[in-house]
Design a protein around this ligand. Structure first.
Ligand SMILES: [Zn+2]
Length: 310
C-alpha cells in the first residue's frame, strides 16, 4: 500500500468495507478479541461479533471501545479526516472538512476534535539532553479588534488579551506544548520540573520567570533583545521552539482563524503531533495515529508485538 496523496488514499480505501477490514487488521492483528473481556474467540454476526466466552456473550463491533464509538460517521470519513489532519502542515478546519466531505458543520467539528484526541502525546518519557523552553501567546488578531476591545499593552509579554502557552523542545526529539494560566516563574518551573529530566540542560531567553532555574538544572540563557550581545552558539539556542511557534501561528491565522481558549490545548496537541512526526512518510504517520482510534492501544505496543498491517 502506498498513500502519499489524496487520490492514492481514496483509491486504496475505496469503500467502507475496505476501511473496516484495514482497521480490524490493525486493531486485532492476532484475530478478533472481545473488548469487554479480552476473550480471543468470537462469532461473526450480521452486524459485528458476539463474544464466545459463555460468561460474557456480549455483542461488539470494530467500533466498540474506540474513538469512533457512538458517532454516526463512516470509517472512510474518519480515515480521510485523519489523513488531512496529519498530512497538511497547517491542519484542516471544520469548515474545510464540511465542504470537502459534504458533511454538516457540527459533524465536521466533532470529527476533527475527536481526531485531535488521537494526536495527543501520551508518552511519559522525560525530555532529555538539551531542552529549549519558551512561551508564546495565542489570541484574536489585534488589528481586527475594535479599539475599545483592545487591551492596553497587548503586545509583547502582556497576556491580558491572550492565552499563554509554554513549549518545551528536546533537541532532535519532540516538542510538547501546554496552555497555562499565567507565565509566572512558579508556573513555568513546575512544568519544566514535571517534563524535563533532572540532568538536562535547559535553554531559554532572559525572561524573568526563568530566573532561578539554574538552581535545579543546567540553565543557559540566550539573549535576544540586545542584538549586540546576541550569543551565537550552534548548540544552545531557542530556534527550534521558535520555529514551532511560527508554524503554529501560521496555522492559527491561515487555517483556523480562531481557536477558543477552551480548546487551545487540543490545537497544541495537534500541531505538536505533526511536528513530532515530521520525518515520517505520510503513510507511516497515518498508521501511527490510526492505531489510536482504539484508545487503549499505542503504536509502540503494536510495532513491538506484531507486524504492521500491510
Ligand atoms: Zn467477552
Amino acid at each position: 500500500m502506498k498513500i502519499n496523496s489524496i487520490p492514492e488514499l481514496l483509491d486504496h480505501f475505496k469503500d467502507e468495507q475496505t476501511c473496516i477490514s484495514y482497521f480490524e487488521k490493525i486493531r486485532w492483528p492476532d484475530g478478533v478479541t472481545c473488548p469487554h473481556c479480552e476473550h480471543d474467540k468470537a462469532y461473526k454476526t450480521n452486524r459485528g461479533y458476539k463474544c464466545a466466552n459463555k460468561k460474557c456473550y456480549k455483542k461488539f463491533s470494530y467500533k466498540s471501545g474506540t474513538i469512533m464509538e457512538n458517532a454516526k460517521i463512516s470509517v472512510r470519513y474518519w480515515f480521510i479526516a485523519l489523513y488531512l489532519c496529519t498530512s497538511r502542515k497547517k491542519g484542516v478546519s471544520a469548515l474545510q472538512l464540511h465542504r470537502d466531505l459534504r458533511i454538516n458543520k457540527r459533524t465536521a467539528w466533532t470529527l476533527l476534535h475527536r481526531t485531535r484526541e488521537m494526536l495527543k502525546d501520551n508518552s511519559f518519557d522525560l525530555l532529555k539532553n538539551v531542552v529549549q523552553a519558551d512561551e508564546s501567546y495565542f489570541g484574536g488578531k489585534l488589528k481586527n479588534k475594535h479599539k475599545n476591545k483592545r487591551t492596553k499593552n497587548a503586545q509583547g509579554r502582556s497576556m491580558k488579551d491572550k492565552t499563554p502557552v509554554v513549549g518545551l523542545y528536546e533537541k532532535d526529539g519532540r516538542v510538547i506544548a501546554f496552555v497555562v494560566p499565567n507565565t509566572e516563574g512558579a508556573t513555568l518551573k513546575k512544568l519544566i520540573r514535571k517534563y524535563v529530566d533532572k540532568n538536562a540542560t535547559v535553554v531559554s531567553d532572559a525572561y524573568r520567570s526563568y530566573k532561578g532555574l539554574e538552581k535545579e538544572f543546567k540553565h543557559i540563557v540566550v539573549k535576544h533583545k540586545d542584538k549586540e550581545n546576541y550569543i551565537v552558539d550552534h548548540k544552545f539556542h531557542t530556534q527550534n521552539i521558535e520555529n514551532f511557534w511560527s508554524l503554529f501561528k501560521r496555522g492559527y491565522m491561515g487555517t483556523y482563524h480562531y481557536m477558543s481558549p477552551k480548546h487551545l490545548q487540543r490545537y497544541c496537541d495537534e500541531f505538536a503531533a505533526r511536528y513530532n512526526t515530521r520525518n515520517m512518510t505520510e503513510q507511516e504517520r497515518f498508521n501511527y495515529f490510526l492505531i489510536r482510534l482504539d484508545r487503549r492501544m499505542t503504536y509502540e505496543s503494536l510495532v513491538r508485538g506484531h507486524k504492521m498491517a500491510a
